[in-house]
Design a protein around this ligand. Structure first.
Ligand SMILES: [Zn+2]
Length: 258
């Protein structure tokens, strides 16, 4: 799935980080509470292609009723981020959602018939899943621009390249902050060390790599916490520089991470 890096280097980075070299990718989703609001960031893969599908049981186990979710924030429209939000024939899985936020460029991209026509067969399948979800929540779709404050303490951060409207969300509360992103990193231990290694589904790989280096640089300077949909667990981390590249330090976690 990675380009611009060979298998030997991947293996040596994983061994150096003391983690499993099994070819697996994690998919996280996040819940944020603000006052009486309950917000879901991304919606997992919904068992499309046999990926994931455990969002609702995981939410219930964590004490949340899916009907409590009133807002959804999307990092982007790929199937592993929106597949769990709707069933066949554009059936909503989260019926009480009032707003679904996504970057305007992201909405325009998935609704662009020309972009769909020129896409590969694999990518066209992504269009099908994204459009099914956009149809399901058509009345709730709320496009934003970079820097918009969407909710108290939540600011949109445009991080383009992986998709045209790919975004993160900066959460700020009581002097603390956390950036939640989608697909800046698919394989954290590899791509922090080699930020130029791109991912097979990057729509504009050069821009994705440039954005990755930029935001990693910013985080290493401002010391903010960050978490991501493909982090090795749903925990927060800090980024530090290491020569010309970076290192990721997950915060102490309640279960093993590999
Ligand atoms: Zn993803």
């Amino acid at each position: 799935m990675l380009e611009g890096i060979d298998n030997d280097e991947v293996l040596s980075l994983l061994i150096a980080a003391n983690v499993s070299s099994l070819p697996r990718m994690f998919i996280n989703a996040f819940i944020v509470e603000i006052g009486t609001q309950t917000i879901l960031i991304d919606g997992g893969a919904g068992n499309i292609n046999g990926w994931g599908g455990r969002l609702v049981p995981a939410m219930v186990a964590a004490g949340y009723d899916p009907l409590q979710i009133d807002t959804i924030l999307l990092t982007h429209g790929h199937s592993d981020h929106v597949g769990g939000l709707a069933g066949p024939l554009a059936t909503k899985h989260f019926r009480n959602v009032k707003k679904v936020f996504l970057h305007r460029a992201e909405l325009n991209f998935w609704r662009d018939d020309e972009a769909r026509k020129v896409a590969s067969a694999d990518y066209q399948r992504l269009f099908d899943v994204a459009c099914n979800v956009l149809d399901a929540y058509q009345q709730q779709l709320t496009p934003f621009e970079d820097g918009d404050v969407l909710l108290p303490g939540i600011t949109a951060v445009h991080l383009p390249g992986h998709t045209p409207g790919h975004s993160g969300y900066l959460l700020e509360s009581d002097g603390d902050s956390l950036l939640v992103w989608g697909d800046i990193l698919h394989f954290p231990y590899i791509q922090v060390a080699r930020p130029d290694a791109t991912f097979a589904f990057d729509y504009t790989p050069d821009l994705a790599a440039k954005t990755r280096r930029k935001i990693l640089t910013e985080l290493s300077q401002n010391g903010r916490y960050v978490t991501g949909v493909h982090f090795n667990a749903p925990v927060r981390a800090k980024i530090e520089t290491l020569g010309d590249s970076f290192q990721i330090f997950y915060e102490q976690q309640s279960r093993d991470v590999d």
